[in-house]
Design a binder for this molecule. Sequence first.
Ligand SMILES: Nc1nc2c(c(=O)[nH]1)N[C@H]1C(S)=C(S)[C@@H](COP(=O)(O)O)O[C@H]1N2
Ligand SMILES: [Mo]
Length: 357
Amino acid sequence: MASRFVRTVRRLEPPPRAVDWSIFVLVVFEAVSGVITLGAGHPANALLFLLHGVAGVSLVALVGFKLYRVRHRVLDSRLHDKHTLASVVLAVVALAALATGIAWVAGVEVRLGFWTLLNVHIGFGLLVLPILLVHLRSRFHTPRRVDFADRRRALQYGALLVFGAATYRATEAIGSIQGVQRRFTGSRPLPPGDGNASFPVTSWVADDPAPIDPDSWRLSVEGLVDNPFSLDVSDLESDRTESVLLDCTSGWYTEQDWTGIELGSLLERADVHSSARWVTVRSVTGFRWSFPIEEAAEMLLATHVGGESLSHGHGAPLRLVAPNRRGFQWVKWIDTVEVRRRRDPAQWLAVLVSGFG
Ligand SMILES: Nc1nc2c(c(=O)[nH]1)N[C@H]1C(S)=C(S)[C@@H](COP(=O)(O)O)O[C@H]1N2
Ligand SMILES: [Mo]
């Protein structure tokens, strides 16, 4: 019985070079799709999250074939060479990325201090591709046509995909049996509650400004406008309340009532040029994100959450509410709205380094 199983599995194993190159292709796909999903908050992107998961499970099978094949080279010290260590590090990091991703989908609840399992998955995931490139420098074999051009290959890859999809679905089912709901982004709901205290103060990397003095704070609306102007705290007339879901890449979400002013009303007052296409919303810390102007016009600059004035940690006196955008784009402690022709190219760098030094 067991040996029959092993024989069946071995029949599904593609030849070594095909396994190795498939691993490479899937790792590149996982790295790229993983990074893209971080910025994807709209349900129209749900397929990308699904493919990322299915490809991850398929990788488990391929990595299993690979490790089984090279086991002697790792376990027998006489077969070691100067590249063995890097290969072992690669195996450990790749398995950690796969295991944490799968555990997250399965609903496992562990926290490593400040970090959720999803954060840890992202961390290991980002390491895999660079280490794999180092590994390839010493273990490179050009792909050969004969390893791929074979009818049997199609069957093997078909089986791999079915395995990936079925196992991914089963893993999700395990999560939901445990009562862990997830959005298409993978994020889990926080316990229900309203207002400042009901969701964590979260910063993308290191942003942590001193509380903002309401007497000296100004909001400046500038850029491609005929009528630049600035407001102080007493000018903020919050008149719109909306229930909007905030979904952080750390893996949690919360739906809150946000009250504030419509960004579009400020743009109207500023009289934007016809050449304007983007709006950058910037924090006192330099942290910023840009949005297409039509989308930005619908957004809320919030002063209140759940009927309470925003706390400092949640972005007082003014923070962006950006529906269908990931949490890191919900800029806190806003002091500038800049109308532009193009997207701000430095924003990725700004969100990563903001708060350091
Ligand atoms: N200026 C600034 N705004 C920011 C951040 C930041 O680090 N700096 N973090 C973002 C991230 S990652 C998230 S998830 C949300 C979290 O909002 P909260 O702290 O009110 O929960 O704020 C976003 N806005
Ligand atoms: Mo976040």
